[in-house]
Design a binder for this molecule. Structure first.
Ligand SMILES: [Zn+2]
Length: 140
């Protein structure tokens, strides 16, 4: 599973390594696995984080691909997309093998004003082992 890692030291650790928008590790060690290398997110929380990162990166193909067929929009536009500022996962509730919920707060800015999106999202896993976003309830 783990790739051999070159030894790191403080002089090279931050060079050219973009932090992942979801707040975790370097992008390459975090959501890039799912967005760029085709790995399947092992948990609903990992999928939730990768979808947040996809929103930040305007990756419509990934978002549609990880959306349940019955609730998926026909297309996604980013024309009026907010500027995303950060993600905080509050809770991950595994209901059963195929159902999970993730509560999170995403902060964003529109027209110079900061807002919070506090949502509990529902996810389901289909027979092919893939988690997908179904829908969510907003708090507030
Ligand atoms: Zn990430």
């Amino acid at each position: 599973m783990a790739r051999p890692q070159p030894s790191r030291d403080n002089t090279t650790q931050d060079t050219g390594r973009e932090a992942c928008p979801c707040g975790g590790l370097a992008f390459d060690d975090c959501c890039a696995r799912y967005l760029e290398r085709g790995d399947l997110a092992p948990t609903a929380e990992a999928l939730m984080r990768s979808r947040y990162t996809a929103f930040v990166r305007h990756d419509a193909a990934y978002l549609l691909d990880t959306w349940a067929v019955r609730t998926r929009p026909a297309s996604l536009e980013f024309d009026d997309a907010p500027q995303w500022l950060g993600l905080q996962v509050k809770a991950h509730l595994q209901r059963d093998d195929a159902h999970a919920e993730v509560e999170f707060v995403a902060r964003y800015k529109v027209g110079g004003r900061a807002h919070r999106l506090h949502e509990r999202s529902r996810f389901e896993r289909t027979d092919d082992g893939r988690w997908r976003y179904v829908d969510g309830d907003l708090y507030d």
